[in-house]
Write a new protein. Sequence first.
Length: 124
Amino acid sequence: MSKIKVVIRYVLGAMLLVFGLNGFFQFMPMPPLTPEAGEFMEALVKTGYMMPFISIVKIVCGILLLSNKYVSLALVLVFPVLLNAFLFHLILDIGGVAGALLATAMNIYLFFMNKENYSSLLKG
């Protein structure tokens, strides 16, 4: 089971690093979006800080996952980004939902595989 955990951590870390770097260097073309999704993305870009901030979070968390340092922290930090990506695609642009679902599922799986690290957060 631990080999699966390591593979998933590496795959998620690599995905986050690549997509985070793409936020700055645009080496992968953006697929066409629905009008609603385009308006939402345009609003995020117009803030001037959201897209760079999201890309930095992805890069940092990807590096942490790949280096096996502060994995539990990285999973907590990147979860809102992945959940929002999943919901964005589910509601506004269904075409990309599979990748977002995969990344979110990997994050949740790693949460459960590291659940002992979250015990103090979950005390009532």
